[in-house]
Design a protein around this ligand. Structure first.
Ligand SMILES: Cc1cc2nc3c(=O)[nH]c(=O)nc-3n(C[C@H](O)[C@H](O)[C@H](O)COP(=O)(O)OP(=O)(O)OC[C@H]3O[C@@H](n4cnc5c(N)ncnc54)[C@H](O)[C@@H]3O)c2cc1C
Length: 439
């Protein structure tokens, strides 16, 4: 059947081929690549390396002017700091640990870094005891076997736990970047745990290095993906690419916002997967000082509670560098990011002054903000399942038309234990590459 259509098209020449519906025309034309990979973050780069190993041709189309996606080592403050992923989580099975070893990039155990924590309520030092007790109760509840966890929100899960509300909020906002009422407790319970490693030279720098030499088309956003004919057509402002299969690693936030037009429309299951996922707003602001340490040892964490729905964590002088990194998440982060970079830095700096004193004003040099929730290339920090939608990741992971594969942190790791992480994204990318190679 295929052969006779091809022959007819060839005999008829170009005009006959153009008169054919696309579905038939595509069978007469060569593909540009076996696989088109959309996005050059952790998933896209890992997919590319896997395809290279299998011996398939590919191209990576990336909307930013750099690779790495949500792993990015910022050096604009004179020393490296990770604006996105920082920990190599569950290092025992995380591909980035092995990759770091292969590339001879040193990693260290994260537990060696923290030299102490101090707690504050609106600038006033507090005892850690009360807050910690509530936090530990919540941790125990969330760290139970996933079989015991219902698909309800963090808030419903802790109902009846007395002083647990603050703990649940802290986990949701600081670990997931989201408000506790928006996060499925079951989705969280499925996440793997294990040793955490840190890359002193930068997680983002490691991911970028792993991409060295790959065929990446930077500043090339994919605007439309068409699977109505044979193979996949991908439109970009620089032209159209035709591939046998495509791996789409575009962040959930961008997909949900309609950043790419799909023809035909995405199947119901895929759309339901996207609808069931949300994106958190974990944000980092780096603050650069002149060497004054305000009596704080390198590796000190300052936890500032600004109210029931807002807190900031200041990580001071990591690796003995003159940088403080402020973290915050949830609606509070969306609000701060909404002020724009200059005002957001000023707001967060004022909070730091409350904790260490007026001296900070003389020593502060400059800051930089990474507000991933407002970044059009990510529209969020990483994904979480909404309450009642713990099956959303599985739906999104279903291949479309046997040649379109969604992969990334949202579908990371077996049973989605690697979700939300750069390691999970790499695992998902590799798996999608093997599936795409089979098409
Ligand atoms: C503040 C913060 C802290 C984090 N901390 C950790 C941590 O400690 N440990 C950890 O493991 N993970 C952490 N993460 C999560 C981790 O960074 C992500 O899970 C992971 O990097 C996602 O990889 P990915 O390949 O799925 O997506 P991305 O890295 O986002 O890659 C997708 C790529 O697609 C590109 N793209 C978007 N739209 C288009 C388009 N239309 N056409 C072409 N390209 C497009 C994007 O520019 C991007 O480069 C953190 C994230 C944030 C934001």
């Amino acid at each position: 059947m295929t052969r006779s259509i091809s022959r007819r098209a060839l005999i008829g020449g170009a005009s006959a081929a153009l008169a054919l519906p696309y579905a038939l025309r595509a069978q007469t034309a060569a593909f540009d690549f076996d696989v088109a990979i959309v996005g050059a973050g952790s998933a896209g780069i890992a997919a590319a390396r896997e395809l290279q190993k299998i011996g398939r041709t590919f191209v990576i189309l990336e909307s930013r002017d750099r690779v790495g996606g949500r792993t990015f080592t910022d050096t604009s403050l004179g020393a490296p700091f990770d604006a996105g992923a920082y920990y190599i989580h569950w290092a025992e099975r995380n591909p980035w640990r092995e990759i770091a070893e292969d590339l001879r990039v040193p990693v260290i155990d994260s537990s060696t870094l923290n030299t102490g924590s101090r707690f504050f309520d609106n600038g006033a030092a507090t005892e850690r005891g009360g807050r910690r007790g509530g936090f530990q109760n919540v941790m125990r509840l969330f760290d139970t076997d996933e079989g015991d966890v219902p698909d309800v929100s963090f808030v419903e899960r802790i109902a009846g736990l007395g002083d647990g509300a603050g703990g649940a909020s802290a986990i949701a906002r600081m670990a997931l970047g989201e408000e506790p009422e928006n996060v499925s407790a079951l989705d969280y319970a499925r996440l793997w745990s294990g040793d955490d490693l840190i890359v002193p030279s930068g997680y983002g720098a490691l991911v970028t290095r792993y991409a060295d030499g790959l065929d990446v088309k930077l500043s090339t956003p994919v605007t439309a993906i068409d699977t109505s004919g044979a193979g996949v057509l991908l439109d970009t402002p620089k032209g159209r690419i035709r591939a046998r299969a495509a791996i789409v690693t575009i962040p959930v936030g961008v997909l949900k916002a309609g950043g790419v037009r799909f023809t035909p429309a995405l199947p119901e299951a895929t759309q339901a997967g996207l609808d069931g996922l949300g994106m958190g707003a974990l944000t980092k602001i780096g603050l650069k000082f002149d060497g004054n340490r305000f009596g704080l040892k390198p590796g000190t964490d300052l936890w500032e509670r600004l109210g029931p729905r807002a807190s900031i964590n200041f990580e001071c002088w990591g690796f003995d560098r003159d940088i403080v990194i402020a973290y915050f998440g949830g609606d509070h982060a969306r609000d701060i990011v909404g002020h724009g970079e200059r005002d957001a830095i000023a707001l967060v700096f004022e909070e730091f002054v409350k904790l260490v004193g007026e001296d900070a004003r003389k020593s502060f040099q400059r800051g930089v903000m990474h507000g991933w929730s407002a970044d059009p290339h990510s529209l969020g920090c990483y994904s979480h399942a909404l309450p009642g939608h713990a099956d959303a990741r599985a739906k999104l992971a279903q291949p479309v038309a046997e040649r379109l594969f969604f992969a990334g942190e949202a579908t990371g790791g077996e049973g989605f234990g690697g979700a939300m992480t750069a390691g999970g994204a790499a695992l998902a990318g590799r798996e999608a590459a093997r599936a795409a190679a089979r098409t």
